[in-house]
Design a binder for this molecule. Structure first.
Ligand SMILES: [Mg+2]
Length: 231
């Protein structure tokens, strides 16, 4: 990438903060804390169903077809319903438990700190995230990431989410940057990569699990340490 970048915009969840592992840990705790072993054979099965449900509901949330509060409890409600143990008040308690404990998990993707140490000497770095504002700051603080970032841009504050171009344009203004001197790094082909493409910002797709896809991407990595070579 020949261009001279000055600003890097990072996504947070699944790009730096190890969302999948951190989430699994808390879902395991929920399985134990709420005595789900009585009705669901294994924590893994519970987690598997929850993840499927959550993914479908997140897509609705991203398209503004579901509110944040609905998403929080409905993902547990739908999961319990799947196992024929529908229980509204328990689902709400689980939602609260999850939102309280999950942002306090601190596992990061491999090489996060090393790479941020390296990049912070060369670039101004920012976070651009669709995650909930109450939890994103806790994650950043608890996992020692906050100090690396100049501006934290939250979709909830802006009013639209990635991949909406207005969100990225707002991010440029807050960071004092523009599409030409910025690059986006994220794990989501739609929110992060398509979003960056729409505002003509260069981008790097972080495909940690080497998932097959048919999108044309400018640059793809499967480990953050590859950024040493690129940036
Ligand atoms: Mg992400």
């Amino acid at each position: 990438m020949a261009k001279k970048y000055e600003h890097i915009f990072f996504d947070l969840d699944r790009t730096l903060w190890h969302f999948d592992e951190n989430s699994k840990k808390v879902l395991n705790d929920i399985y134990v804390y709420f005595n789900l072993d009585k009705s669901i054979a294994s924590a893994n099965h519970f987690i598997e169903v929850y993840q499927e449900v959550n993914e479908a509901l997140w897509a609705l949330y991203r398209d503004d077809k579901l509110t944040k509060d609905e998403l929080r409890w409905k993902r547990f409600d739908d999961t319990l319903t799947h196992f024929n143990i529908s229980n509204n008040s328990k689902a709400i308690q689980m939602g609260d438990y999850y939102v309280t404990h999950s942002p306090r998990q601190t596992l990061l993707l491999p090489y996060t700190i090393e790479v941020l140490d390296y990049l912070s000497k060369k670039y101004k770095m920012h976070i651009i995230t669709n995650g909930f504002k109450e939890v994103q700051y806790i994650k950043l603080t608890e996992s020692g990431l906050l100090k690396y970032f100049d501006v934290i841009i939250l979709s909830e504050k802006v009013g639209v989410k990635k991949p909406h171009p207005y969100f990225f344009k707002k991010a440029f203004i807050e960071a004092g940057s523009n599409a030409d001197n910025s690059i986006m790094i994220g794990d989501d082909l739609y929110a992060d990569i398509y979003g960056a493409q729409r505002v003509k910002m260069d981008n790097i797709y972080f495909n940690f699990y080497n998932t097959k896809h048919d999108k044309i991407v400018q640059k793809e990595i499967s480990c953050l340490s590859e950024l040493y070579e690129i940036l």
